[in-house]
Write a protein that binds this ligand. Structure first.
Ligand SMILES: *Cc1c(COP(=O)(O)O)cnc(C)c1O
Length: 452
C-alpha cells in the first residue's frame, strides 16, 4: 500500500518511508491512498488476541515489511503491558463500558502507538544498517511514551525537551529516571512553546538533520494513527453481537489523533454508530463540531494537561476527507487558518461526530460522581468523557490514562490517593536530567556530543 500527503505535493511513499518521514515535505500528513474494507474479516478477527489482531490489521498497510518480521515487531510491542487483555473493556452499567488504554509502560494510551513506533524505528536501523537519533518536545505524556518505546534500543538515541518545572513530578520521573544510556531528558529553561520553537529551527537545518539522521517524535506520524485503530476494533469485537450495531465511542481529545483513528476504522467497514469528541476547557474542537468554525484560542492550563492544546495537529486528516479528498482545498483551508487563526466551513459535515466540553470544576465533580455511581476511579482526562452519555447508544468511554498519574486531583475529588507500583518504584530512582537553554545552538551542541 502507498501513502499520500493531505496536501498532494509529495510523491506517494511506501509504509516504512512514510513512517520514517513523519511530516510530509509539503507540510501535509500521510494517509493511506485508499481505505481497505474489513467488513468481511470481522468474523475471523473475533478469535484473535490483541497482538494477533494488530498484526492482521497492520499487514494490510505495511506491505513493504515481510509478514514474519511484522508479526515479530507487533508481538514485541505489546509484551510490556501489565494486563493480559492489553486493552480491557470493562462494563460499568447497562449500555456503558470503559476501555482501559493505560496498561502500557507509561500508563497512558500513547504507549499503544509509541511502543510500536519504537520497534519500527529499531527495525529500520537494522535493515538500513544505520543509526537514528530521535528528537521531540513534550508537555508530558508523549515524551515519556516515546522514551519508553526506545529505551535501551541499540543504534538509537532519544532526546526529549520539556519545560523545566512545568511537567508533573511523576511525568518527569518517567522521562528522567530510566537509567538508560540512550535516553536524554533535556529540561529546558523556558516554556513548552520555547522548546517547540527551538525544535522547529533545528528541524529546518537540513545539514544537521541529515548528519544525525534526525527523526521527529510527534503526534502526526502515520504509524501512530494506524496503531490506534486497533483498540477500537478490539473493543467492538469484545461486545455481545446484539450491542455492536449501536456503539458510540467517547474519546477524551486534544490533538484529534485518538478519535481520528476510530473514525478511520469506521470508514474501513466496521459499523460504529458515532464518536463523541470530549474536550476540556481548551475547546477548539467542541466549538468546531457545534458551530462549523475552527478558530484558535489561548491555551488555558487545565486538570487534564495532555489535552491542553488549541490547534489539533491531526485534524488536517479529517479536513482532507471532509473536503472530498481534494488536496488543493486542504491547502486553501490550512493557509487561511494559518493567516487568520480561523476557518469557517460552509455546510460543515460533522459526519458521525458529536462533542462535549468539560471545565476544571466539572472534572473534579465528575470524578466524584463516577466513583460514587460505578465505584470506578477515572483520571482527569477520562473524566471529560463521562460528562454526558448518549442514552440511545452503547457508550464506550476511552480511558486514556491511569488515575495513579494524577494523585493530587484524584485525592481532592474522592479522598483516596491512587497508586501504581511502577510509579512508586520511580520515586526511589535518581533523576538524571540535563538543564539546557532553549536555544537551537545549545541543543545542537548537546546532540552533537551525544548522538549515535
Ligand atoms: C495525549 C492524550 C490525550 C489526547 O489525545 P489526542 O490524540 O491528542 O486527542 C488524552 N488523554 C491523555 C491521557 C493523553 O496523554
Amino acid at each position: 500500500m502507498r501513502f499520500l500527503s493531505t496536501r498532494g505535493q509529495t510523491p506517494a511513499l511506501g509504509f516504512s518511508d512514510a513512517v520514517a518521514t513523519g511530516l510530509a515535505p509539503d507540510g501535509g500528513l500521510f494517509l493511506p491512498e485508499r481505505l481497505p474494507d474489513f467488513s468481511g474479516d470481522l468474523g475471523r478477527f473475533e478469535r484473535l488476541n490483541y497482538a494477533e489482531l494488530c498484526f492482521e490489521f497492520l499487514r494490510v498497510f505495511a506491505t513493504d515489511i515481510p509478514a514474519d518480521t511484522l508479526r515479530a515487531i507487533v508481538t514485541q510491542s505489546y509484551t510490556r503491558f501489565d494486563h493480559p487483555e492489553i486493552a480491557p473493556l470493562k462494563p460499568l452499567a447497562k449500555n456503558l463500558y470503559v476501555l482501559e488504554l493505560f496498561h502500557g509502560p507509561t500508563l497512558a494510551f500513547k504507549d499503544f502507538a509509541l511502543q510500536l513506533l519504537g520497534n519500527l524505528y529499531a527495525h529500520q536501523c537494522q535493515v538500513r544498517k544505520e543509526t537514528i537519533n530521535v528528537l521531540g518536545a513534550t508537555s508530558g505524556d508523549t515524551g515519556a511514551a516515546a522514551i519508553h518505546g526506545l529505551i535501551g534500543r541499540p543504534g538509537t538515541a532519544i532526546f526529549i525537551l520539556y519545560p523545566d518545572g512545568r511537567v508533573s513530578p511523576l511525568q518527569e520521573r518517567q522521562m528522567a529516571c530510566t537509567g538508560a544510556g540512550n535516553v536524554f531528558a533535556l529540561a529546558v529553561d523556558g516554556t513548552f512553546d520555547d522548546a517547540q520553537a527551538a525544535l522547529k529551527e533545528i528541524f529546518a537545518d537540513q545539514a544537521f538533520r541529515t548528519r544525525h539522521r534526525l527523526s521527529a517524535v510527534n503526534s502526526i506520524n502515520l504509524a501512530r494513527v494506524l496503531a490506534q485503530c486497533v483498540y477500537y476494533l478490539y473493543a467492538w469485537l469484545k461486545l455481545p453481537a446484539s450491542e455492536r450495531g449501536n456503539v458510540e465511542f467517547v474519546v477524551p481529545t486534544g490533538n484529534f489523533g485518538n478519535v481520528l483513528a476510530g473514525w478511520m476504522l469506521q470508514k474501513m467497514g466496521v459499523p460504529i454508530r458515532g464518536f463523541r469528541v470530549a474536550t476540556n476547557q481548551n475547546d477548539i474542537l467542541y466549538r468546531l463540531f457545534t458551530t462549523g468554525e475552527y478558530r484558535v484560542g489561548d491555551v488555558q492550563p487545565s486538570l487534564a494537561p495532555s489535552m491542553d492544546i488549541q490547534v489539533a495537529s491531526n485534524f488536517e486528516r479529517f479536513i482532507y476527507f471532509a473536503v472530498g479528498r481534494d488536496p488543493a482545498k486542504v491547502r486553501q483551508v490550512m493557509a487561511t487558518f494559518k493567516q487568520t487563526g480561523a476557518y469557517q466551513f460552509e455546510n460543515f459535515n460533522r459526519d458521525t461526530f458529536t462533542a462535549s466540553r468539560t471545565s476544571d470544576a466539572e472534572i473534579a465533580a465528575i470524578i466524584a460522581r463516577v466513583y460514587r455511581d460505578y465505584g470506578y476511579v477515572a483520571d482527569p482526562h477520562t473524566a471529560c468523557g463521562f460528562k454526558e452519555l448518549n442514552s440511545d447508544r452503547v457508550n464506550i468511554v476511552l480511558s486514556t490514562a491511569s488515575p495513579a498519574k494524577f494523585p493530587d486531583t484524584i485525592k481532592s475529588a474522592i479522598g483516596l490517593e491512587p497508586k501504581h507500583p511502577s510509579l512508586e518504584a520511580l520515586k526511589s530512582r535518581p533523576i538524571v536530567k540535563h538543564r539546557i537553554k532553549a536555544t537551537p545552538d545549545a541543543i545542537r551542541a548537546f546532540i552533537d556530543a551525544r548522538a549515535v
